[in-house]
Design a protein around this ligand. Structure first.
Ligand code: AMP
Ligand code: MN
Ligand code: MN
Ligand code: MN
Length: 284
């Protein structure tokens, strides 16, 4: 693999909270000139075989992927896994357990919304979920917009789905050590997703990166649809400070909702080690 590459190693399909199928995403990635692609559905690898086949049909290189929800010091963070074996039993079991609590969480979210006069939100969210084991806040957001409660996703999250708001439910996701362990023991590389999104203090962020490394994590997203260009610079520096490889991914979910399309971000800064250099033997 070349060092400079249009790699997009973070996006979502209907198997989690995206609106496109793995095949449609592969086609879109190819037409946007992506050379190396990964589908990283939340807590799920049910789309991996289809995504790899679709990438092959498009003549595009592929890395297996997922984005695991993790609770670290009472905050939710996301860890992307790349290049793992999809049949690894510990990873499969770990993901099953991680997404297992989503149904009850969604029912509790709906109860909170019902209390403020929005009935039947669970059934409503389910209509938008391609995978009923993976109901996420995004599906609730789509339901609330469709029903005219809010005008767009950011308004829904701000008013209903974040801490302290009626549809928010505390949830305990996987432990950092477990998520990193499942990925690395399955032959993959663990990557800190969109680090600028977390509301950590400087000390908390230092602890997060240090523990991630201690558990065997090896990379961090530097160029992502969730970062500003100033944040590319900040996290390029953090990657170097912690000796982590760098990843790049749009976090694309939907043509109607995502402001960053597949394969359209700036390339990784040249003085970082691209994560795909660690994954040469895992590229399909
Ligand atoms: P969940 O895993 O159910 O907590 O849902 C998390 C998903 O909600 C993320 O992966 C994003 O797709 C979406 N999301 C979270 N925060 C926001 C936000 N402020 N605006 C729009 N989408 C968001
Ligand atoms: Mn999402
Ligand atoms: Mn994420
Ligand atoms: Mn994501």
């Amino acid at each position: 693999m070349k060092t400079i590459l249009n790699a997009d190693l973070h996006c979502h399909s209907v198997v989690s909270d995206g609106t496109l199928t793995p095949e449609a995403l592969a086609e879109r990635a190819k037409s946007n000139r992506v050379e190396l692609w990964s589908l990283t559905d939340h807590d799920e690898i049910g789309g991996q075989v289809r995504a790899a086949a679709a990438a092959r049909d498009q003549g595009m290189s592929y890395l297996t992927g997922t984005e695991i929800s993790v609770t670290f010091i009472d905050k939710t963070v996301h860890i992307v896994g790349l290049g793992f074996d999809v049949a690894d039993p510990h990873l499969v079991q770990g993901l099953l357990r991680t997404r297992g609590g989503r149904r009850q969480r969604a029912l509790d979210m709906a109860e909170g919304l019902a209390k403020v006069g929005i009935p039947d939100a669970y059934e409503g969210a389910l209509k938008y979920a391609g995978n009923h084991d993976l109901v996420s806040r995004t599906h609730f957001a789509r339901f609330l917009i469709e029903h005219g409660v809010c005008k767009d996703t950011s308004e829904v999250f701000r008013k209903y789905l974040t801490e302290g708001k009626p549809g928010y439910v505390e949830h305990r996701w996987a432990a950092l050590k477990d998520a990193v362990g499942w990925i690395t023991q399955a032959g993959g590389i663990a990557v800190i997703a969109h680090p600028a999104r977390y509301k950590f203090s400087a000390n908390e962020e230092y602890a997060f990166f240090s523990e991630f490394k201690d558990h065997g994590g090896q990379a961090v997203e530097v160029v992502t649809g969730s970062h500003t260009s100033a944040e590319y610079v900040t996290y390029a520096e953090t990657a170097r400070e912690f000796g982590l490889a760098a990843s790049r991914g749009s976090d694309f979910h939907s043509p109607n909702e995502s402001h960053t399309d597949l394969g359209t971000l700036p390339l990784l800064p040249g003085n970082l080690k691209p994560v795909w250099e660690l994954l040469d033997s895992r590229i399909q």
